[in-house]
Design a protein around this ligand. Structure first.
Ligand code: MN
Length: 205
């Protein structure tokens, strides 16, 4: 990911937020972005830098850490840094009610799911039935097939050699300030702010 860089002196840097913190309202509030990006993601970046300091992971690219690190705090934090970099990048600051994929991405969705509404329904069901904290990803495998992945805690598609196309963060910190316990309501509204061109650019075509 172009926005996730590591500086040899200070370690991994936060990716730049590409829109103002209130730009995703009313789907995601300014307050949620300020905590989620500014506090939660910052904490994952700080932990990653602390845990990789002075060892073999210090100068390793993030994706390589995610693929190679053993289970444990370093992997958890590296996975969350990657997940959140992908997450904050994938939204457009122009919410619209009938926001849908087009072109090559839509063709791939039709091939693997039948139609977009089926994909949407299956991702919503995966979010509703994920017990605890984690992520639901639209991912692409090495043969190009699209699939829905449920990842618990800090797990991420790259760990399983899959490409992450679009991810829904179902940790409570992603929605609790705006939607309280109504995870399903939050997930349904996210479709309004997905940057589908960006999602398509993540595909291996
Ligand atoms: Mn999160």
């Amino acid at each position: 990911m172009s926005t996730m860089t590591r500086n040899n002196v200070t370690g991994y840097q936060m990716p730049t937020l590409l829109y103002p913190s209130n730009a995703l309202e009313p789907v995601i509030s300014r307050t949620t972005i300020e905590y989620h990006y500014g506090k939660h993601m910052q904490a994952y970046v700080d932990s990653l830098n602390r845990l990789s300091h002075g060892n073999e992971y210090e100068k390793m690219p993030l994706r390589e850490i995610v693929e190679r690190a053993p289970e444990g705090p370093l992997l958890n934090n590296a996975g969350q840094v990657l997940n959140h970099a992908l997450y904050f990048e994938q939204f457009t600051p122009y919410p619209k009610a009938n926001n849908r994929p087009e072109g090559t991405l839509l063709s791939a969705i039709k091939f693997d799911f039948g139609n977009f509404d089926t994909l949407r329904q299956r991702m919503e069901e995966a979010c509703a039935s994920l017990f605890g904290s984690g992520w639901v990803w639209l991912a692409q495998d090495e043969r190009g097939k699209l699939d829905i992945m449920r990842c618990y805690n800090g797990d991420t598609p790259a760990r399983h050699r899959k490409r992450a196309l679009y991810g829904i963060d179902v940790w409570e910190h992603a929605y609790y300030l705006d939607y309280q316990n109504r995870r399903a309501d939050h997930v349904k509204r996210l479709w309004e702010i997905i940057d589908w061109e960006l999602v398509e650019s993540r595909m291996d075509l």
